[in-house]
Each structure stands twice: as structure tokens, then as C-alpha cells.
Design a binder for this molecule. Structure first.
Ligand code: BJW
Ligand code: ZN
Length: 272
């Protein structure tokens, strides 16, 4: 055995892109692996909802007026200028309540029914996976349709519409109402993130879909799964910092690739 060969071989990944004649083979290779898997974990990010019309954070459409997400999704921004932060969230809530899950969301719901043990971990706050019908969901960064108190953290009525010029206050402590999402510098719900770590560690196959994989702790989940022995599949139209770790790099839109994978998987699990 040549020293170092196993490492070399295990680091070779397959890159498939649109129009690539290998795409069909890759779909069946992944479906083949999945047919022998017990635990499937899918991590999604903003790219998952791009085909529904929800802008991503860091793409060319990621700016709202002249602001970046990093400037608005913080407690500092809320304390300095809660009006502009609420204007941004109202704009996004409105947009997110009008869009529909895309073919990728529907494919993930089908994957859940085809796998023995399935968990979806999402960084998205848009609720589209739930609307699509997926049951087992860990929402790492909260849900944009829910509200809570900025001071005591108690949840408050979700259907409350927020006037940015007259932000409602908490009935318990008088603190301002904010969206129930996780901003930069804030801790994720420990129960949710610990469950996500556990699921990633136990995964046989792990899909990282439509995320730039730069925001922690979510970005540490694909490397954790890979280190723990999972096959890592990245589905993203662009390369990311975790691409080099992936066993399969799929340079395709999630809404195009995932339905093909589900079709291949059904071909393996259903007679005829
Ligand atoms: C497609 C596609 C198609 C397009 N098909 N693909 C360790 C090291 C360094 C820093 C830190 C660290 N640990 C923590 C930090 C600090 C910070 C952090 O990570 N900073 C980075 C800048 C490095 N993390 C935090 O603060 C987190 N808290 C925390 O760790 O607490 C402990 C702590 C406390 C105090 C100090 C230190 C530690 C909290 C992070 C919360 C993130 N919140 C947001 C906003 C949520 C609410 C809201 O929506 O308003 O979450 S920011 C934003 O980024 C949002 C997203 O969920 C998140 C990730 O973005 P995502 O989903 O990846 O989107 P994009 O736009 O970046 O990428 C889209 C991708 O899709 C692209 O790659 C496209 O190519 C692709 N794509 N169309 C397939 N059709
Ligand atoms: Zn309160």
C-alpha cells in the first residue's frame, strides 16, 4: 500500500454541473448510497428558497435598500434603529407569506417519506419547508412569522402586525416586540442546536443545500457529519468553503437536482 493513498482517495470528490453527462450517473450513485442508509440529514440555507423568489443574503440580490443582512440582523441595529429593522422584517414577512415552496422543498418532503430516519435542519426563517409538509424540522435561526419580547424573551402573538413607527410592547415587561429569529452574536436555542449536532454526528448521508456555509455554528455541521463518517453531498450553484470536503459537489439548482434524486430513489424503492 502506498503511504497516504487512502487519504488521497478519500479526499477525491465528484463535481457535477449542469449539462454534465455525469449528472445522471451521480444521481444514481447517490440514490444507491441512500438505499443503504439509515440516517439522512439535510441542512438548508437561503439558496433553497431562491427559486421561490426569496432573495438570498449574500448574492447580488442580497441587499435591501443599501443595507447588508449583517447590518440589520443584530441587536445593536435594533437598539439603534428599531424602525428600520422592523421595516426590513415587515418587507420580508410580506414577501415570504406570498411565495410558495418550490420543487426542491417538495422533493425534501418526499425524501422524508423515503428515508427510515430523516431530519431537516434549516437556517431559513421563511417557513417554506413546513408549508411543503416536511415534519421533522430543526429551525436553527427561528421563524420570521413569530414574535417575542426583546427584554424578557417571552413569545408574543404571531399574527400581530407591527407598525415600525409605533412598535408594540410586551404585556409582561413593557419591552419592545422583535421578530423571533436569531441575530448575529446571539445564542441559538441550545436544545435545537444540540439536537442538530447529534443528528449530524449520526448521519449516514448529509446534504448541504443552498448555503454559503460561512455562518456558524450551522457551518460546522457538514464538517462534523463528514468527520463522523457520513457521505457529504453539497448542492449549490457556487463553490463554498466546505466544497472541498464533499464527496459529491452538485453544481445545480436545488429545485432541479433534488426532484431528480427523489425520482431515482423511488425507482430503487418502489416495484416497477
Ligand atoms: C443556491 C441557489 C439555488 C443560490 N440552488 N444553491 C466561529 C467563527 C467565526 C465567527 C463565529 C463563530 N461562531 C460564531 C460566530 C459569529 C457569527 C458568525 O458565524 N459570523 C460569521 C460572519 C463568521 N455567528 C453568530 O453570531 C451565531 N451565534 C452564535 O454563534 O452564538 C454564540 C456566540 C455568541 C456571541 C459571540 C460568539 C458566539 C448566530 C448566527 C445567526 C445568523 N442569523 C441570520 C439572520 C437570521 C434572521 C433573519 O433571516 O433575519 O441567519 S444571518 C443570515 O445568514 C441568516 C442565514 O440563515 C445565515 C446563513 O446564510 P445562508 O443561508 O447560507 O445564505 P447565503 O445568502 O449566505 O447563501 C446562499 C447560498 O445559496 C449561496 O452559496 C448560493 O450560491 C446558493 N444558491 N441559489 C442551490 N437555486
Ligand atoms: Zn417582555
Amino acid at each position: 500500500m502506498i503511504p497516504g493513498l487512502p487519504t488521497l482517495v478519500s479526499n477525491i470528490s465528484f463535481v457535477f454541473s449542469r449539462g454534465d453527462s455525469y449528472l445522471g450517473r451521480m444521481v444514481s450513485d447517490i440514490a444507491e448510497i441512500m438505499a443503504n442508509c439509515r440516517r439522512c440529514v439535510v441542512l438548508t440555507g437561503a439558496g433553497m428558497s431562491a427559486e421561490s423568489g426569496v432573495p438570498t443574503f449574500r448574492g447580488k440580490d442580497g441587499l435591501w435598500r443599501k443595507f447588508r443582512a449583517e447590518e440589520l440582523a443584530t441587536m445593536e441595529a435594533f437598539l439603534d434603529n428599531s424602525k428600520i429593522v422592523w421595516e426590513w422584517y415587515n418587507w420580508r414577512r410580506d414577501l415570504m407569506s406570498k411565495v410558495q415552496p418550490n420543487s426542491g422543498h417538495h422533493a425534501i418532503r418526499e425524501l422524508e417519506t423515503l428515508c427510515d430516519n430523516f431530519v431537516l435542519i434549516t437556517q431559513n426563517v421563511d417557513n417554506l419547508h413546513r408549508v411543503a409538509g416536511t415534519q421533522s424540522i430543526l429551525e436553527l435561526h427561528g421563524n420570521i412569522h413569530h414574535n417575542k419580547c426583546v427584554d424578557c424573551n417571552k413569545p408574543c402573538e404571531s399574527s400581530l402586525s407591527i407598525d415600525p413607527d409605533n412598535i408594540p410592547t410586551c404585556e409582561h415587561c413593557g419591552g419592545k416586540i422583535r421578530p423571533d429569529v436569531v441575530w448575529f452574536g446571539e445564542m441559538l436555542d441550545p436544545v435545537v442546536i444540540n439536537q442538530a449536532f447529534q443528528e449530524s454526528e449520526q448521519a449516514d448521508i448529509f446534504f448541504s443545500v443552498g448555503t454559503s456555509a460561512i455562518i456558524y455554528p450551522a457551518a460546522s455541521l457538514p464538517p462534523l457529519a463528514k468527520r463522523s463518517g457520513a457521505t457529504l453531498v453539497e448542492v449549490n450553484v457556487e463553490e463554498t468553503p466546505i466544497s472541498f470536503l464533499a464527496d459529491f459537489q452538485v453544481r445545480e439548482k436545488s429545485g432541479e437536482f433534488l426532484p431528480r434524486l427523489v425520482a431515482a430513489l423511488k425507482g430503487k424503492t418502489e416495484p416497477g
